[in-house]
Design a protein around this ligand. Structure first.
Ligand SMILES: *[C@@H]1O[C@H](CO)[C@@H](O)[C@H](O)[C@H]1NC(C)=O
Ligand SMILES: *[C@@H]1O[C@H](CO)[C@@H](O)[C@H](O)[C@H]1NC(C)=O
Length: 436
């Protein structure tokens, strides 16, 4: 079992050199965001316009206050307007992206097949899903002993109302997911607090606040972690994200033990489904899980496990998946063109276009950028002298990822975030440090 888990584990990396190696937060409180925390001198020609805008803001704020009295929202409302105003006056010139690269990055070569697979699944036809030809076959995989039991121990038969309910839930969530997947929504970065932090806050007995976590550590699984004793530093972050259930036991000195959220891909949950109560909690059953779905059939695992986990099991919004996919593909295409000099048409052949995918680590980093005021990366990167994973003996990396492209992205996040395509200019990328 654990062997399979290990080979699925994939948040990875090897050599890439980052200039910002070891230093602690206070020394790098230099935010590298795009629209700036400073107010640039306003050009003469726009001054009258600004005055009118300010007057309008004032008038609207006053009348809004008059309507809502001392309602809690008035503060937020004012803030929104001032924010908009600040952006219209201080936005630096937008970077110019290569439109050919942007266009190619927007093409999802796996789209037709994914659509077909989803339609088949919704019809109850599991023929395209390898070993699970039917829903019943899938059930047998998850309950090989043939005496299926629900999470509370009651035996289940395939025709039982509970199984039927899972089936209906599965169709409902899959349909909703497929619908949203069709949208490219660059503003999704600004929604992550609501989509992810609020449910986690609620689980922790707090009221969902729009304030982001003050500091986050994303802990990748690269063997480079064994070279340093970052454990304490990692645990000193407010929010610690770990990847693909990599174990911390026996490695606390290097990787720490605190876990605020376990970020996994759906292959991991699929394997957990075979265990009693869908057990998938190496960090304790109170730790929320955030999962991205790499195969639509895994929504079956989701619907069965969702009800038996006491901590939230959140599926990342498909619009966020789409954004991550485009960004990584852009970097991969760029690297391909620069290094090979070949036409972008050739990229798909080299990178298994239809199956190409970002890694779990990449999406976890993007998530952290959306919910944290500052981000630290640990265990991302590779080196000839380090193991692939700190906790396994897995040799290679998975071919469907382009790690070099992802490293280039992380470097840009840390050093020149305006170079990152597709992210809405309204979203400020927080400062990030990469520990090697
Ligand atoms: C998953 O479980 C949570 C908590 O029990 C529930 O609020 C949520 O609606 C469930 N999600 C789905 C899609 O069924
Ligand atoms: C955009 O990138 C492609 C591929 O690298 C290159 O062939 C093309 O010349 C670039 N276009 C511009 C305007 O730089």
């Amino acid at each position: 079992m654990s062997k399979v888990l290990e080979s699925e584990d994939e948040s990875d990396p090897r050599t890439f050199k980052i200039h910002t190696a070891h230093y602690l937060w206070p020394t790098l409180a230099k935010p590298v965001n795009r629209s700036g925390d400073f107010i640039a001198p306003v050009k003469r020609s726009v001054r009258p316009l600004i005055s009118i805008l300010l007057l309008t803001v004032f008038a609207v704020t006053v009348s809004f206050r008059a309507v809502v009295g001392r309602g809690a929202r008035s503060g937020a409302f004012e803030f929104d307007l001032i924010d908009v105003l600040a952006q219209t006056t201080t936005a630096p010139p937008a970077p110019v992206f290569n439109s050919t690269l942007l266009r190619y990055a927007g093409i999802d070569m796996g789209e037709a097949k994914a659509k077909h697979d989803i339609e088949q699944l919704l019809d109850g036809n599991f023929g395209g899903q390898g070993r699970y030809r039917t829903f019943a076959a899938w059930r047998r995989f998850n309950h090989p002993e043939g005496r299926a039991r629900s999470s509370n121990g009651i035996p289940l038969s395939l025709r039982s109302p509970q199984i039927y309910r899972y089936w209906l839930d599965f169709r409902r969530v899959l349909q909703e997911w497929a619908r949203k997947k069709a949208f490219f929504e660059p503003e999704i970065m600004s929604e992550l607090v609501r989509l992810v932090k609020h449910p986690i806050d609620k689980h922790n007995g707090l009221v969902g606040s729009d304030k982001r976590y003050s500091s986050c550590a994303v802990v990748g699984n690269s063997g480079i972690l064994l070279k340093s004793d970052y454990g304490e530093l990692i645990d000193s972050h407010e929010f610690v994200i770990r990847l693909n259930n990599a174990r911390t036991r026996d490695f606390e000195r290097n990787v720490g033990w605190k876990t605020s959220v376990s970020f996994v891909n759906s292959n991991i949950l699929h394997l957990c489904t075979r265990r009693k109560g869908c057990f998938c909690h190496p960090y304790g059953d109170n730790v929320p899980i955030i999962m991205y779905v790499c195969q639509p059939v895994h929504f079956l695992d989701y619907t069965m496990c969702n009800s038996s986990h006491k901590a939230p099991l959140l599926v990342t919004d498909p619009r966020f998946d789409v954004l991550c996919a485009r960004i990584v593909k852009y970097y991969s295409l760029k690297r391909f063109a620069e290094e090979t000099g070949k036409s972008l048409e050739e990229w798909g052949k080299v990178h298994d276009g239809a199956n190409f995918h970002y890694s779990s680590g990449m999406q976890a980093v993007m998530l952290a950028l959306g919910v944290c005021d500052k981000v630290s990366l640990f265990g991302f990167g590779k080196s000839a002298s380090a193991k692939h994973h700190y906790h396994t003996n897995q040799k290679g990396e998975l071919a469907l990822h382009d790690y070099e492209a992802e490293y280039a992205l992380y470097r840009d996040v840390a050093e020149s975030p305006s170079e990152i395509p597709f992210i809405s200019g309204k979203f400020n990328i927080p400062p990030m440090v990469i520990y090697q």
